[in-house]
Structures are given as structure tokens and as C-alpha cells.
Design a protein. Structure first.
Length: 146
């Protein structure tokens, strides 16, 4: 039976705290996500997303502060602009846009985090395993050292 593997990049100030609230409140949600806390959702680079897929993730979830509530003023606006570009680039690589999701979740929205993760996990389960041709991403130029 297929169990999706989802890499979750979560803003320390909001979405990660919302996930923590869900956990401390003992809310139940699918455990398919691997949470990685980042200082701001704007710190996520395309290389991080490609690496997650290269390492076997079936989906990538980014959670950030609501627009206007970013601790770094406009980090989430940068994330929004980049996510549109990321989704298009992933599609150009043959990865469905449905495997990438951006959500705005505050520290007080544990229930919203649970709902978003359950919905995304169900969506990925419906899509099935990524079965990424390893050559697709391994042959991409690595811009991280330039």
C-alpha cells in the first residue's frame, strides 16, 4: 500500500508553531509529512524543493505566515512570487503542480494545519508515487554554488 512521503518546509514563527499546536492539542492527522523548520518561508530555494524530490518525496509542502504578518516584513510575499515560478518549473520537469503546495497558516491555526496536511496527503495518495526518473533532476545544473 502506497504511503506518500511529503517534505514540509515550515516557517518557524507561524506554520511550525501551528503544527506544534496541533500536536500538543492531540489533533490527529496523517503522519506522511516530514517537517523541517525554517526561519522564513522565503528562505526556501528551488534547489531545496528539487533535492526533496530527488531524495524520494512524493510532494512538497511550504507553510508560511499570512500575508502582512511576516516577521521579516515581506518574506511571505517573496514566497508567493517564487511559488508560482517553482510550480511552473516543476511542471517543466514533468512533476505535476499538484505535488507542490503553499499554505498560509498562523501559530494559532493548528486545526488549519491538520486540514491542510490531510488534504494534501490525500491529493498525493490519489496521484500515486512520483516515480521520478532520477536522471530528470540529477542532470539539472546546480546553481547553489555560483
Amino acid at each position: 500500500m502506497f504511503e506518500p512521503q511529503i517534505m514540509c518546509f515550515l516557517c518557524k514563527w507561524c506554520t511550525y508553531a501551528g503544527a506544534d499546536l496541533a500536536g500538543t492539542s492531540r489533533m490527529k492527522y496523517d503522519p506522511s509529512g516530514i517537517n523541517l523548520r525554517v526561519m522564513c518561508s522565503s528562505r526556501i530555494d528551488l534547489q531545496h524543493i528539487l533535492y526533496a524530490f530527488r531524495q524520494g518525496a512524493d510532494g512538497v509542502f511550504i507553510g508560511g505566515c499570512h500575508p502582512g504578518d511576516c516577521h521579516y516584513v515581506e518574506g511571505n510575499y517573496k514566497t508567493l512570487r517564487r511559488s508560482i515560478l517553482f510550480a511552473k518549473m516543476l511542471e517543466d520537469l514533468g512533476i505535476s503542480r499538484k505535488r507542490f503546495r503553499l499554505e498560509w497558516i498562523s501559530a494559532a491555526e493548528g486545526r488549519k494545519f491538520v486540514q491542510a496536511m490531510n488534504d494534501f496527503t490525500a491529493q498525493i495518495a490519489e496521484l500515486g508515487p512520483l516515480n521520478l526518473d532520477k536522471m530528470t533532476l540529477n542532470n539539472q545544473k546546480d546553481f547553489s554554488h555560483e
